[in-house]
Design a protein around this ligand. Structure first.
Ligand code: TXA
Ligand code: MG
Length: 340
């Protein structure tokens, strides 16, 4: 298959391809998505083939206007409108009761559908041109880190999708926050199924008593409802190991443990990273937001550079982007820590 490479001026063409049942890779402020007409089960089935994705992992439906919510959602739980008013367009996916027009292919047989309005201008133009809700997972091959720039999107999907829109580097660099309404004997409220750039403080500040902490939800086993959280994810080829404190890294370097490896860290750990017979390559960032933005593209570039492993610094404090970054790093490393 030949893949048309489009600039953000090419969103009309991309929209036309969607209406023809084709696949289009498009940028969002989080990561690039692999889109198809959400109301066309045949087109959506091709997404799973292109990604090599397990069929039990549902897709997020993308819209550009609030009027499209009704096309896919049957009803709105309490607080849903507050969340849309507060965080759309933006990196928040809401799990809503689905309409029957949305096929089981999209929702993996669930009675709910994840809906999101992205804020990347090229994404909004593209969704408007498509004129139909667009189902899209992240545009990576299944299990790999999500593409956060055009080069990564091409490398993952050229020859597998009919078009790719170049939207440059993604702003957030981590996938959207996924939130679902829960109503059980144990509690009632919106719970975060996957942390992202819209944080729990953000949700709590607008929802108040319509917010249900993840801890309460976990007690009830509700998190098993987000099938994507069960699959291996976000893993580069290089082995990833985590450290939190610059001193651990300094000790590992002094012992010569990780020669030839790369380090991803916050600025304050940079000096420690460069001590001893330490790693080959150090990429440091002025803060966690900056590190999160570049995490997946660094994984990609470091894999291309052939490093055997990556030592990544994990934030220990709660809140902000730290929750999302910690979540992705724990998956990328399968929980492996630096060892001396
Ligand atoms: O930022 C993002 O969300 C990106 C861009 C392209 O929008 N998309 C993305 O999609 O990350 P994907 O398919 O890689 O991840 C979707 C996540 C999965 O963890 C999936 O299980 C969950 O959302 N999800 C989707 N629909 C759901 C539903 N009805 N109930 C519970 N979880 C759902
Ligand atoms: Mg994904």
């Amino acid at each position: 298959m030949t893949t048309e490479l489009l600039t953000p001026d090419g969103t009309e063409r991309a929209g036309e391809l969607i209406r023809q049942g084709k696949l289009v890779v498009f940028p969002t402020e989080t990561v690039y998505g692999l889109g198809a007409d959400a109301l066309d089960p045949g087109a959506c089935r091709r997404i799973f083939e292109a990604k090599g994705r397990p069929q039990d992992n549902p897709l997020i439906v993308h819209i550009y206007d609030r009027s499209q919510v009704d096309l896919v959602a049957r009803s709105l739980p309490p607080g849903a409108e507050i969340l849309m008013d507060s965080f759309w367009p933006g990196p928040l996916t809401l799990v809503l009761p689905k309409r029957s027009a949305v096929s089981d292919v999209v929702t993996a047989g669930l009675d709910t559908v994840g809906v999101r309005m992205p804020r990347h201008p090229a994404a909004l133009d593209f969704l408007k041109a498509a004129g139909t809700p667009v189902a899209a997972p992240s545009a990576n091959r299944s299990g790999k880190p999500s593409p956060t720039n055009f080069a990564m999107a091409r490398s993952a999907m050229e020859g597998r999708a009919e078009a790719i829109i170049d939207g440059g580097q993604c702003e957030t660099g981590l996938e959207s926050t996924v939130a679902a309404w829960t109503d059980t004997a144990a509690g009632r409220g919106w719970t975060i199924l996957r942390p992202g750039a819209v944080t729990r403080e953000d949700l709590y500040s607008v929802l108040d008593d319509l917010y249900l902490s993840q801890e309460s939800a976990r007690d009830e086993g509700l998190l098993a409802r987000s099938p994507g959280t069960r699959h291996p994810h976000y893993q580069p080829r290089a082995e990833v190991r985590l450290f939190s404190d610059a001193e651990e890294l300094e000790r590992a370097n002094a012992a010569g443990c990780y020669q030839g490896w790369a380090v991803l860290c916050a600025e304050e750990a940079k000096n420690a990273a460069e001590t001893g017979r330490g790693p080959l390559l150090v990429r440091s960032y002025p803060g966690w937001i900056a590190l999160a933005r570049r995490l997946y593209s660094d994984f990609y570039e470091l894999d291309a550079a052939g490093v055997p492993g990556i030592l990544a610094q994990i934030p220990t404090e709660e809140g902000g982007i730290s929750d999302a970054l910690r979540n992705r790093l724990l998956k990328a490393s399968a929980g492996r820590l630096i060892e001396i």
